[in-house]
Design a protein around this ligand. Structure first.
Ligand code: NAD
Length: 313
């Protein structure tokens, strides 16, 4: 199978490495020149559960990509989808594009560039970390689920599942993928935003009754929006995920906290912001998600006016 990974940061590099290990013909596409150079000169170093290894595979800027491919695996941050797809639009042709990005609204973003019949959507629990240019890590077993946007069972779903399994990724073809996407988004809305705003971790939320109750309320609002859209997302599954994270991922720093600390843009608009906007459009009460989205935006945009910044300058 010929696969282009569009957005080869932490996740794209880990998935690209695993797909290549499993026998797929993989090209990584990214705009981080230092990462591309390191991969082309010394291979992609991956630290996985089964050990560290170096995988040789081509890494290019998107505009240099020639195609054709069977599938484009989209792993940019949600706010880079538009630019990334635009850069390779002529090369996509009839290929399917699979988004395993977090959050809500990925289908809509892809539909601006592609017919629904070429879009595959999913979610993954696989964690990945960008260590340095040319080097990524991923530890812990996790499932990846996906399906077609238009609800058709297509051969490409089975081909991709096989390619992922050969590379050691537990792949599930899930016709109820919208429910899985919303359940993961509800989890991310609760844990990521609270941790990002408080320099917290799931462990900290777990030992604070008010914080744990707040997390539950964030998730409840998100699932109420999904259910109003007739998506059968299940709050009990989200609660179980949150309890597991609070008990076992004690010191994990969610990506939104890492992004906030590094002064990078967060994916808040695709998480709490999207839940709040969709909920408000449906006439639902979503005040906690709206508040968290506004507070994370405040962190992103008010840097020059932050007290710590002023006292230093
Ligand atoms: P990342 O920032 O490490 O990687 C994104 C990559 O996209 C970067 O290398 C960046 O250079 C590249 N990029 C930006 N603009 C581009 C463009 N125009 N064309 C091509 N590439 C471009 O992010 P990540 O952690 O790999 O996350 C990717 C997605 O996966 C996000 O939606 C995230 O929420 C989701 N996700 C992440 C994890 C995780 O553990 N990291 C787990 C599950 C889901």
């Amino acid at each position: 199978m010929k696969i282009a990974v569009l957005g080869a940061g932490a996740m794209g590099s880990v998935f690209g490495a695993r797909l290549a290990k499993g026998g797929a013909d993989v090209t990584l596409l990214d705009v981080n020149d230092a990462h591309l150079t390191a991969i082309n000169e010394g291979g992609l170093q991956v630290d996985l559960d089964e050990g560290a290894e170096v995988i040789s595979l081509p890494a290019l800027r998107p505009e240099a990509f020639k195609g054709p491919v069977d599938l484009v695996l989209l792993f940019t941050k949600t706010f880079h989808t538009e630019a990334a797809l635009r850069a390779i639009a002529p090369q996509i042709g009839a290929a399917h594009v699979l988004s395993l990005q977090n959050g809500i609204g990925n289908a809509e973003r892809l539909q601006e560039h592609l017919p629904a019949a070429q879009i595959l959507l999913g979610m993954t629990m696989t964690p990945a970390e960008f260590i340095a240019p040319g080097k990524v890590a991923s530890h812990g077993p996790a499932a990846t689920a996906f399906y077609s946007l238009d609800g058709t069972d297509r051969p490409i779903l089975h081909q991709m599942a096989e390619a992922l399994r050969h590379g050691g990724i537990e792949a599930v073809i899930d016709p109820q993928i919208q429910a899985a996407i919303w359940e993961k988004a509800a989890f991310n809305c609760a844990m990521n935003a609270l941790c990002a705003l408080t320099d917290g971790t799931p462990g900290a939320i777990g030992v604070s009754k008010p914080a744990r109750a707040l997390a539950s309320e964030v998730a409840r609002e998100a699932i109420s929006v999904a259910n109003a859209l007739t998506i059968p997302a299940d709050l009990t599954k989200v609660e179980a995920l949150m309890s597991k994270a609070c008990a076992h991922h004690l010191m994990h720093e969610p990506s939104m906290l890492q992004d906030r600390k590094a002064g990078r843009r967060t994916e808040i608009d695709a998480l709490n912001g999207a839940v709040a906007t969709q909920g408000e459009r449906l006439g639902l009460q979503v005040p906690v998600n709206r508040t968290l989205a506004s507070l994370v935006h405040l962190f992103e945009t008010a840097v020059p006016f932050r007290a710590s910044h002023l006292s230093k300058s």
